[in-house]
Design a protein around this ligand. Structure first.
Ligand SMILES: *Cc1c(COP(=O)(O)O)cnc(C)c1O
Length: 234
C-alpha cells in the first residue's frame, strides 16, 4: 500500500475506534480529507485508496485541483472549507459540491444565485464561532439559528449543518468540552425544527474528542497527507 493509503487506513481505524468508544455507528461519521497545499497527485492517490471527499481552503488552489482531476469528477466530492470572500463565490458555486464556511447571509445569497441550474443544490454548513474569539471567522452561536432559517430558505442551497474549528486544546477532556459547545448549537437548531444532518467538527489532533461530542464529519489533513509546507505558494 502507498503511504497515503496507509495513513488513510490509520485515520479510518481511529474513526471506527472512536465511534465504538462513543457507542456510535461507525457509518455515522464521514471522513473529509483536507488536501490543501498537496497536489492533485496526492488527491489521486488518496482516491485510489478509497477516499472520495476532499476539502480545500483556498478557492484558486481547489479550482486548479478540480480541473486537474476532471477525469475523476463524478467520483469526487469537493468541499470548500476556508473563509470565503464575496468576490470568490461564483467559481465556488460553479465547481464545488459543499461549502462549510458560511458565516453571513450575503455569501449564502450569492452562492444560491450563482449556483448553475443544471447542478443539484450546493450543500452548505454554517461556520459557528464557538470560542467567542472576536477575530475568528464564524457566526456567533446566538445568531446561528436566525442565519440557519434564512439560509435554509435559499433555493439553490441545501443547508446540511454546522462547521466549527475550536481553539486547539490539549487533552481529550479539554478538546471534548469545546466540541460539545459546537454540538449544543447544532442540537438547538435541530430542536427549533430545522433539519440538519452534518456537524463538521474534528481535525487530525482532536477527531476522537469531536466524535465523542457528536461530530458527523471530521476534516483531516496532516494525519493523511503529512505536514504542510506553507512556504510553497497556494
Ligand atoms: C487545515 C484544516 C483542517 C485539517 O487540519 P489538520 O490538523 O491538518 O488535520 C481542517 N479544517 C480546516 C478548516 C482546515 O483549515
Amino acid at each position: 500500500m502507498t503511504m497515503i493509503g496507509d495513513d488513510l487506513q490509520q485515520v479510518n481505524d481511529r474513526i471506527a475506534k472512536a465511534c465504538v468508544t462513543a457507542g456510535r455507528d461507525p457509518a455515522s461519521v464521514r471522513l473529509l480529507a483536507v488536501s490543501k497545499t498537496f497536489d492533485s497527485d496526492a488527491v489521486r492517490e488518496a482516491h485510489a485508496a478509497g477516499q472520495s471527499a476532499f476539502g480545500e481552503n483556498y478557492v484558486q488552489e481547489g479550482l486548479d485541483k478540480i480541473e486537474a482531476l476532471t477525469d475523476l469528477r463524478s467520483s469526487l466530492e469537493w468541499h470548500c472549507i476556508g473563509p470565503l470572500q464575496s468576490n470568490k463565490t461564483r467559481p465556488v458555486a460553479e465547481h464545488f459540491d459543499w461549502v462549510h464556511s458560511i458565516d453571513r447571509l450575503k455569501i449564502a445569497e450569492r452562492l444560491s444565485a450563482q449556483r448553475p441550474a443544471h447542478l443539484p443544490p450546493l450543500n452548505v454548513c454554517l461556520q459557528v464561532n464557538v470560542d467567542g474569539g472576536a477575530n475568528k471567522s464564524g457566526v456567533p452561536p446566538e445568531e446561528a439559528l436566525a442565519l440557519a432559517r434564512a439560509v435554509a430558505a435559499l433555493p439553490q442551497l441545501r443547508l446540511r449543518g454546522l462547521m466549527a474549528i475550536p481553539e486547539p486544546a490539549t487533552g481529550f477532556e479539554a478538546q471534548r468540552e469545546l466540541c460539545l459547545r459546537a454540538h449544543a448549537v447544532y442540537q438547538s437548531i435541530r430542536d427549533a425544527g430545522i433539519e440538519l444532518d452534518t456537524l463538521s467538527l474534528g481535525m487530525s489532533a482532536d477527531l476522537e474528542a469531536a466524535i465523542s461530542a457528536g461530530s458527523t464529519m471530521v476534516r483531516v489533513g496532516t494525519a493523511i497527507f503529512g505536514g504542510r509546507n506553507y512556504a510553497k505558494p497556494g
